[in-house]
Design a protein around this ligand. Structure first.
Ligand code: UDP
Length: 327
């Protein structure tokens, strides 16, 4: 099948492109390269374009006879989304409407959609299942939830089929070392701690040490990006095999605290560095851990890089060999 991958030059998208290149699908990446990197796209054809350019998008879908879409392209910084909601509604929701309309007009029936654990907000129960109440506490999560709801309406009214994947904390890098995480600005814990180990930063700050957790720091469910990528391939296959529209959580089911991440980085890298304890970051729930039982059962998903050490080893392998990212 000919698959359009929006945001395929980004962190998660590029890992999916690499995994998808091991199947017999044809890959067409559509990315404006604002955050993505040309060098991250190791397979398929890269078309530099914006999702708000409906004419170009439509042209690409026709020219390459696109039959399915994996939609990654989005803005994803929580803090920025609170300061500039207009940007998020325009780029996330507005562009999703454009894309869905192009799909509808061209008879493209299948989409795998990148969503997020941020749709749950502060969950009342751990682990989080797909039935947990959605109640996003930030604009970013809200834009993803709005799109999820749109997808349900497009299915009901037009028969388009979607698999929505709600990611927990994507991390790690392809074990081959060819691609990895390269955000600017970087805000995620694991790359920031690794930058500190590399000496690119003076210290790492722990945002809050008084949470009701085993060591007082926040607990998150870190999921290896190659395992995430694998789930996308399975989701696409499920759609092609006639699956109904579905929503799945993607996480390890295992939580690690901020201190445990920092200690593991010290162990894996063999380097010591300065750690500060600072104030809580507004909006951080104490614990976010997924149940991914549904994805395992229905998609047959089997994560390979479950433990934190493997995640950090692959991320370290990427960062130490590419300290300036894709350049
Ligand atoms: N965090 C931290 N110091 C940092 C960056 C993050 O203590 O410099 C904490 C953050 O408060 C959260 C966890 O690390 O509890 C994971 O944060 P990240 O931004 O990586 O992902 P999020 O869970 O917010 O999506």
């Amino acid at each position: 099948m000919n698959v359009l991958i929006t945001g395929g030059a980004g962190y998660i998208g590029s890992h999916v492109v690499l995994e998808l290149s091991k199947t017999n699908h044809n890959i067409i990446v559509y990315d404006n390269l604002q955050k993505g990197h040309r060098g991250a796209v190791l397979a398929g054809k890269l078309i530099v374009g914006d999702l708000n350019d409906t004419d170009k998008l439509e042209h690409v879908c026709r020219e390459y006879d696109i039959q399915g879409v994996m939609h990654f392209a989005a803005d994803s910084l929580v803090g920025e989304s609170m300061k500039d909601p207009a940007k998020y509604y325009k780029n996330n929701v507005g562009n999703a409407i454009n894309l869905l309309e192009v799909m509808r007009k061209n008879g493209i029936k299948y989409m795998v959609f990148s969503s997020t654990a941020a749709v749950y907000g502060e969950p009342d129960r751990i682990p989080i299942t797909e039935e947990t109440l959605t109640n996003p506490t930030n604009v970013y999560g809200r834009t993803k939830l709005v799109i999820e709801e749109m997808l349900k309406d497009y299915d009901r009214a037009y028969g388009m089929k979607f698999i929505t994947l709600r990611y927990f904390n994507a991390s790690g890098a392809d074990p081959s070392g060819q691609i990895g995480e390269d955000h600017s600005p970087e805000t995620h814990l694991i790359p920031l701690v690794l930058y500190t180990a590399l000496g690119k930063r003076e210290s790492i700050s722990i945002f809050g040490t008084d949470y009701p957790t085993r060591d007082g720091t926040c607990i998150r469910d870190y999921i290896h990006v190659s395992d995430l990528a694998q789930a996308h391939i399975l989701a696409l296959e499920a759609l092609l095999a006639g699956s109904e529209s579905k929503i799945y959580n993607l996480g390890n089911g295992e939580g690690y605290s901020v201190r445990e991440v920092i200690d593991m980085v010290k162990k894996v890298t063999g380097r010591d560095f300065k750690v500060n304890e600072s104030e809580r970051r507004p909006g951080d729930p104490a614990i976010l851990v997924a149940s991914s039982a549904k994805a395992r059962k229905e998609l047959g998903w089997k994560p390979q890089y479950g433990d934190l050490q493997k995640i950090i080893e692959t991320a370290w392998n990427w960062h130490k060999n590419n300290p300036d990212g894709f350049k």
